[in-house]
Design a protein around this ligand. Structure first.
Ligand SMILES: [Zn+2]
Length: 98
């Protein structure tokens, strides 16, 4: 049996995650399901969700952030996201490159 290269597997997973987030953006009514799937794929191959997507959903309830279902505040050099769906907070460090 041919062994699949681990890096190759991660590459495929990343590609699928990207597709899912693209689809989530286009289909807001299915977005939360896509986020859930993307996270599951990442977990399977031990791959974390890329930084650029991490701020697009709630890590507590997989709620894909669209206008009106979250709030953003800055505090103490941190960006604080407040999810209106599960009423929880997520904090990120402010990055100059973003
Ligand atoms: Zn939430």
């Amino acid at each position: 049996m041919q062994k699949i290269n681990k890096n190759k597997l991660k590459e495929i997973a990343l590609e699928r995650i990207k597709i899912l987030f693209r689809e989530a953006k286009l289909n807001p009514e299915k977005a939360n399901r896509y986020v859930e799937l993307a996270r599951k794929i990442g977990m399977k191959v031990n791959l974390s969700i890329p930084k650029e997507y991490k701020r697009k959903y709630c890590k507590h309830c997989n709620n894909y952030f669209i206008l009106g279902n979250y709030r953003v505040r800055t505090r103490n050099k941190m960006i604080v996201y407040y999810c209106l769906n599960c009423k929880k907070y997520m904090k990120f460090k402010i990055q100059k490159s973003l």
